[in-house]
Ligand binder design. Structure first.
Ligand code: C5P
Length: 306
């Protein structure tokens, strides 16, 4: 085996309830992750020992240009961490074929890191268990464990303690991609400025019920994101994007995670087409993509497909 390709999904947050800043700078969350059919493919290939070589393709040009291609990339750090843990020499090149927006609030960098852990574990026959991989993922970032799991799950703590949630239907989504990204840390900082009195985050039982029942109108009504106000404060033009999707019949419209991607829940595929067309016509987004959820987490592709 000289190369392994892993396909990994983006996430949208169905609920993102954010508590006050903790002493370590992080925030306690109730973070309902939902994996959607917008996939990056990460290929790790055996290479000379030394720092991982990175390459990237796909997605919006303005996005891929911002992917760091050095050791600071979370995927490179994932390969190094796994090598240390498994007691092998890190000797891979990593290719990221991107469909997930970069710095878009859909955990693309976290997804690539999760995929790299799975790919290197397979390539090096390191034999780490799912629990081992989850622990390494949590060390890399709060959003890295979820793409290993996929489906729908609630994250507590800083988002890394995951409990799967039942999803009783297929939900259809439209995502409005924006030019440029938003820094997660900057959005949390703006949140602290706007909400110094943030209450303890609590799960929303109506959201869990709507998800379990596959009830799209109820899920649309229950979507919530405490970071939305902060993201809109930093990028006020996103309000027009949300309004355009709502006017086109979206059952729910929210900023995805820390943004700037906006997520619209559609009643069905036809409604999604209408929302996407209206968003494109409005000129208030760079591109739209349609996807469905939930979908499984990081999956090793058969060699012929890789
Ligand atoms: O965990 P991760 O490195 O992905 O987090 C990126 C940044 O997002 C952190 O440095 C922090 O500013 C913010 N964050 C937070 N509370 C969380 C998760 C992330 O404040 N629960």
């Amino acid at each position: 085996m000289t190369a392994v390709t892993v396909r990994v999904p983006a996430k949208v947050n169905l609920q993102l309830a954010v508590g006050p800043a903790r002493e370590d700078g992080y925030h306690d969350l109730v973070n309902v992750f939902h994996a959607v059919s917008l996939f990056d493919e990460v290929t790790v290939t055996r290479a000379e020992p030394g720092p991982s070589r990175l390459s990237v393709a796909g997605g919006l040009d303005s996005h891929t240009a911002r992917v760091p291609l050095d050791g600071t990339n979370l995927a490179a750090r994932a390969a190094e961490l796994l090598a240390r843990e498994a007691g092998v020499e890190a000797a891979v090149s990593i290719h990221l074929a991107k469909a997930i927006p970069v710095a878009g609030g859909m955990a693309g960098g976290s997804a690539d890191a999760a995929a790299t852990l799975v790919a290197c574990n397979t390539l090096w026959r390191a034999g780490l268990s799912d629990a081992d991989l989850h622990a390494l993922a949590a060390r890399l970032g709060s959003d890295v464990p979820f793409p290993l799991l996929g489906g729908s799950a609630v994250g507590t703590g800083r988002g890394e303690h995951l409990t799967p949630m039942p999803c009783g239907g297929r939900f259809t989504w439209v995502f409005a991609l924006a030019e440029g990204g938003l820094s997660t840390a900057a959005v949390f900082g703006e949140y602290d400025r706007l909400r110094p009195d943030a209450p303890r985050p609590e799960p929303d039982p109506s959201l869990a019920a709507a998800l379990a029942a596959g009830d799209a109108p109820a899920l649309g009504a229950a979507l919530s994101n405490d970071l939305q106000r902060a993201a809109l404060s930093l990028r006020p033009e996103l309000r027009r994007t949300l309004d355009a999707g709502r006017a086109a019949g979206a059952l729910g419209a929210i900023v995805s995670g820390s943004g700037p991607t906006c997520a619209f829940l559609a009643a069905d595929g036809a409604a999604a087409g209408e929302i996407a067309a209206a968003l494109a016509e409005s000129g208030h987004c760079a591109r739209t993509v349609q996807a469905y959820g939930d979908v499984p987490g990081a999956t090793v592709l058969p060699p012929s497909a890789g």
